[in-house]
Design a protein around this ligand. Structure first.
Ligand code: ATP
Length: 220
């Protein structure tokens, strides 16, 4: 069965969510208070409507309550984002994801009952910063406030050594969860698996431990 989504706010972030969900064949209700934005999405989303999401009755009238997941992608106008979220929580929408503009906004969204909160600009900034530190750091994903996952190209000091020789878990408290070699991916590497040139390691750990590991093994 097709899942139904509503995207409120069709800026760059909400707009790209709307496009991607539609491309994946999902039913999408696109909502924005700006008529020209709505017109842009008429041919992309299943339905595109002009509406002010801070008006409870309007949200009810357009049927937001019946969708599986609502994404609130209003950024700049924090007050509108908060008010919209309160209304959606009150209406009993099962899944509400909200884009937070800053940490203060995030705290309020938590308090009022948003189910998922995303910080696309902050997360992208962090990912970019990590990739700038070394060309061997290929990706960085925050798992929680203190834990992350990184994708790194094996540094010179790692090549030819087995995981047990590198002893990453004992030395740094990080876990190598997968090793990629070209298109092949080894998702449960063994202690005596050897690291080869161009291997890409996917590692999970506390941020401070990942930093230590990167300094020793990744940043040449
Ligand atoms: P971007 O995703 O482009 O970075 P942003 O974070 O700057 O966006 P805004 O441009 O403030 O966010 O808002 C995104 C969209 O939300 C805009 O198209 C705006 O018209 C729409 N919007 C703002 N307030 C409301 C509202 N109360 N009801 C419906 N749509 C709204």
């Amino acid at each position: 069965m097709k899942r139904e989504f509503a995207v409120i706010g069709l800026g760059r972030f909400g707009g790209s969510i709307c496009e991607e969900l539609s491309r994946e064949g999902m039913k999408v209700l696109a909502v924005d208070s700006n008529e020209s934005k709505v017109n842009e999405f008429k041919s992309i989303a299943t339905h595109a409507v002009i509406a002010d999401s801070t008006d409870e009755q309007t949200l009810k009238d357009i049927g937001v309550k019946n969708v599986d997941h609502v994404i609130v992608a209003i950024g700049e106008n924090i007050q509108a984002s908060i008010l919209t979220t309160v209304i959606l929580v009150d209406m009993g929408v099962g899944n509400i994801t909200v884009k937070a503009q800053n940490d203060y906004h995030e705290k309020i969204l938590h308090k009022i009952g948003a189910h998922h909160i995303v910080h696309p600009e902050r997360d992208m900034g962090r990912r970019l910063a990590h990739s700038l530190i070394s060309s061997n750091i290929l990706d960085y994903l925050e798992l929680s406030e203190d834990y992350s996952m990184v994708e790194v190209r094996a540094g010179m000091k790692m090549i030819g050594k087995s995981l047990i020789e590198l002893n990453i878990r004992a030395k740094f408290g990080c876990n190598v969860v997968a090793i990629k070699q070209g298109k092949d991916i080894n998702v449960s590497p063994l202690a005596d698996d050897q690291i080869k040139t161009n291997d890409i390691l996917i590692i999970i750990g506390a941020d401070k431990n990942i930093s230590k590991f990167e300094k020793i093994y990744v940043i040449d």
